[in-house]
Ligand binder design. Structure first.
Ligand SMILES: *Cc1c(COP(=O)(O)O)cnc(C)c1O
Length: 399
């Protein structure tokens, strides 16, 4: 697609009909300021040099591409991993958090504000805040704080303030409202840092741009190792940031098939999965338009996945467009396939994947079986240390 990154999003933040900024007027002005600053600052020599240096010396980039010999032998195909689990803090999220925090610093902001569900975004942002010497305030539902206690402790060790949210269901949705409220109290000195390619413009664009490093590295590394491009590229999709990161390098390559994998959870009944692309319809959620799962009143529907990083009733606007354009295939993996894949990668390769990433692995294993002659590049978005107790307590060890 010619001039893809110039064309999408357009000036108003639309990816065809998706995206935009459906927000109260007070926020419109702030978002415009961030957009303008992003367009100038992110192209400046200083900004680019600083981000490059951070990626190399602090985050440990480039992360490797790794060939899974034993997994490929068992399942067929040639299976490769882009190792975002080896990025500092153990997931791809730091790629955009360091970018957002660097932008905040250039804008003269003092405080980073965000919500977190499972705590992964909170930990990555708290890390970035520590690095830049900025204040950090993370809003988190009380139910999630109990469930994800180690991440709460991590954020506190890193110097962040964790604000418990005690209204409603005390989970992610209420945390979003609470964080937004805090941001609105002082939008001049603070900045709201979104954790995926979602939210009002310019966030889906900025987060994608900060994640593009994953695809740029992976394409070059894969080519160096094999002399060709991958036949298939697979990534899990919650909001869609790790997937946009890797897909963005292959959008022009007709010969590469791109697969986004959503959680099919426990069943295809509403409330039991978070397969937004498969079952959703276009609608507006959290200030932007995308495919959404809604209840009969048009409210965001309850969603479920074994991986807390994937349970979102919306999806990035760019993914919504790529689905309509048939550029990316959106598939599902259910809880059981995901847990099996979690153990397969652990036992055949010595790599414990995050439950989110295990969805991508699960689908890739099916694809490998069906296409034994083809190569598959999986974006392994994070490591699974955070999930080990939950998996073993809930599902037990395999025989
Ligand atoms: C948060 C998270 C995801 C889901 O977020 P996307 O924006 O869809 O990438 C996937 N993998 C890991 C390891 C995560 O922490």
């Amino acid at each position: 697609m010619k001039n893809y990154f110039k064309k999408y999003p357009n000036k108003e933040g639309f990816f065809e009909e998706y995206g935009g900024a459906f927000i109260p007027p007070v926020l419109e002005a702030e978002m415009q300021k961030i957009t303008d600053a992003y367009h100038t600052i992110s192209k400046s020599h200083n900004f680019i040099q600083e981000l490059r240096s951070i990626r190399k010396h602090y985050q440990g980039r480039p992360t490797p591409v790794y060939y899974c010999a034993r997994l490929s032998e068992k399942y067929g195909g040639r299976i490769y991993l882009k190792r975002e689990d080896l990025n500092h803090t153990g997931a791809h999220k730091l790629n955009h958090c360091m970018g957002e925090a660097l932008l905040a610093k250039h804008l003269g902001k003092k405080k980073l504000i965000a919500e977190t569900g499972a705590g992964q975004h909170g930990v990555a942002l708290a890390t970035a805040a520590a690095y830049f010497g900025l204040e950090c305030e993370i809003h988190m539902g009380e139910v999630d704080m109990k469930k994800e206690h180690p991440n709460v402790v991590r954020m506190k060790i890193l110097g962040a303030t964790v604000v418990p949210v005690s209204h409603g269901l005390k989970t992610l949705k209420e945390a979003v409202d609470s964080a937004f409220g805090a941001y609105l109290e002082d939008p001049v000195n603070s900045i709201y840092c979104i954790g995926s390619v979602v939210g009002p413009h310019p966030f889906p664009m900025m987060v994608r741009d900060f994640q593009r490093v994953v695809g740029i590295e992976a394409k070059e590394q894969f080519f160096e190792m094999t002399g060709e491009l991958p036949d298939n590229v697979v990534a899990c999709v919650g909001g869609g940031s790790n997937a946009m990161g890797i897909f963005s390098a292959f959008l022009d390559d007709e010969e590469c098939n791109l697969y986004g994998v959503e959680p099919a959870g426990r069943s295809f009944e509403l409330g039991e999965h978070a397969a937004t692309m498969k079952f959703g319809t276009p609608g507006i959620i959290h200030g932007f338009k995308c495919y959404t799962l809604q209840d009969e009143n048009g409210e965001p529907a309850p969603v479920y996945s074994v991986a807390s990083g994937l349970d979102y009733p919306g999806v990035g606007p760019e993914h919504s467009m790529l689905k309509d354009l048939n550029k990316v295939n959106y598939e599902c993996a259910n809880d059981k396939e995901t847990i099996d894949a979690f153990y397969e990668l652990s036992r055949l390769e010595g790599i414990i994947p995050a439950l989110e990433s295990s969805h991508a692995v699960a689908f890739a294993l099916k694809l490998a079986k069906e296409n034994p002659q083809k190569s598959i590049l999986i974006n392994l978005s994070g490591r699974g240390d955070k999930d080990i107790d939950f998996v073993v307590d809930t599902f037990g060890l395999p025989k």
